[in-house]
Design a protein around this ligand. Structure first.
Ligand code: 5AD
Ligand code: SF4
Length: 439
């Protein structure tokens, strides 16, 4: 009889890719994916704790499984990811949800297979959290579900300790994978027909630091040199490590998308200092200038936090000003979320929720109007997109151009995985309404 798995993923792209690795482990144990949670024989939660709402979302969903488990004793429920890796959270989680069978952390994902086998043989829950030992787990074959896009980890962990951020505590110190492993994986992906590779790391710019391996821009060049038509993207870039060499690598290689995600977090030097971001607004703008000097049409996206402890109205207005000056093609905006164990959590002047809410609404309006303006400028143009999927609701295919702009078009036949030209007929906020161009 076929056994099924169901994975719930919270948080960022990094977690989405990690879930592909979890799926690979489950496939290896002869489980098959299913779309209905009630049909699953094993349910895995891949959690995130970067903001409180992601954490609460996971807790809520784990809570909802109590009934399902009561009616199906053979069901295995496993919880892993950033949330469980937080000090004391694993045992707390098991106390709160005693029907959870396996709890694992971010540093022992590679042992999930053993944990499942162990759990099948015993009644007792398997709760295993390991500390960061500086190792990288190679050889986990992901079960990829994002064709024609493929995620590829180049670094794990983070050394930056931005004062608001829990990641360095739950993901450990920065480790770079060996370039030969990365390049081999990229070659395989291209050979398998993947058309877009996104290199992943908390700070890809510092790839190779502390090793005798190649630098990030060199890695970009070598991957871009692989034969075949594909796109290369990377995220996330820390502004303090963004270099002229990276800008040059983008400029020199048509396969590297002219689109950089460069989180600024705040437009106030006082806030940036309190955030421990290690750059000023002026430094940031200098990096943007360098990028534009080599890649004038490069699109920029960013992350911004509002309501960081001590942020004044003046600080916030400086953030708005910076957003207007840089002209981002889109931005992820977040309300600061207090994370226990971080430096910022101990700061006295936490901002009231209603003030943060008001600020984020104003910021979103600025970002959206910029996005709308940029989308409107596309109308009438013919652009090359990579068709990435089909939107059931809209009943249209969707894809993105090299700058990352989303485009929708109708077609009777599937173009998923193809590069094709479309004419932009209308702009709809962040996305474009397009028509296939017959050549
Ligand atoms: N509160 C709000 N946003 C946060 N981020 C990281 N930590 C927090 C937090 N405590 C945001 C940052 C980062 C993105 C991935 O998440 O903007 O760049
Ligand atoms: Fe968190 Fe800063 Fe590291 Fe990004 S660079 S993961 S925001 S500590």
């Amino acid at each position: 009889m076929v056994k099924y798995f169901y994975i719930l993923t919270y948080g960022c792209q990094m977690n989405v890719h990690e879930s592909e690795k979890i799926a690979g482990i489950l496939k290896d144990l002869n489980y098959e994916p299913c779309n209905v949670i009630e049909e699953a024989d094993i349910i895995v939660f891949n959690t995130c704790c970067i903001r409180e709402n992601a954490e609460n979302h996971a807790y809520g969903n784990i809570g909802m499984l109590k009934k399902l488990k009561a009616g199906k004793r053979s069901l295995i429920i496993a919880v892993g990811g950033c949330l469980t890796q937080q000090m004391g959270k694993a045992s707390g989680l098991h106390k709160k949800f005693p029907y959870v069978d396996i709890v694992f952390g971010t540093h022992n994902l590679g042992k999930l297979k053993d944990y499942i086998i162990k759990k099948r043989a015993q009644k007792k829950a398997v709760i295993e959290i390991e500390e960061d030992n500086g190792e990288i787990c190679e050889g986990l074959e992901p079960y990829r579900t994002s064709y024609p896009n493929a995620w590829l980890n180049i670094t794990y962990g983070c050394n930056n300790f931005c004062s608001y951020c829990i990641v360095p505590y739950v993901r450990g110190r920065e480790r770079s994978r060996r370039s030969k492993d990365i390049i081999k994986e990229a070659e395989n992906l291209v050979a398998l027909g993947y058309k877009e590779i996104t290199l992943l790391g908390q700070n890809v710019n510092s790839y190779g630091n502390g090793t005798d391996d190649i630098s990030f821009p060199e890695l970009l060049r070598r991957i871009a040199n692989i034969d075949g038509k594909f796109r290369l993207r990377f995220m996330t870039s820390h502004p303090k490590d963004f270099s002229v060499e990276i800008a040059k690598a983008i400029a020199d290689n048509t396969k590297i998308c002219k689109s950089v995600h460069l989180p600024v977090q705040s437009g106030s030097n006082v806030v940036l200092k309190a955030m421990n971001r290690k750059y000023t607004v002026e430094d940031y703008l200098e990096k943007v200038k360098i990028l534009k000097q080599y890649v004038p049409d490069c699109s920029l996206t960013t992350d911004i936090i509002v309501g960081f402890p001590g942020e004044t109205e003046e600080d916030f207005l400086q953030t708005c000003e910076l957003v207007k000056n840089v002209g981002y093609s889109s931005a992820f905006t977040f309300v600061y979320s207090k994370r226990e164990g971080t430096v910022a959590a101990k700061m006295k002047n936490q901002i009231p929720a209603e003030v943060s809410k008001n600020r984020i609404m104003r910021l979103i309006e600025i970002v959206n109007s910029q996005t709308r303006e940029q989308s409107a400028a596309y109308v009438g143009k013919v652009i090359e997109i990579l068709c990435e999927g089909y939107d059931d609701k809209k009943q249209m295919y969707l894809g993105r151009d090299g700058y990352g702009r989303m485009a929708y078009f109708a077609s009777d036949v599937s173009h998923i995985g193809e590069f094709l030209n479309v004419k932009v007929e209308g702009a709809n906020g962040i996305s474009l309404a397009c028509k296939k161009v017959e050549i």
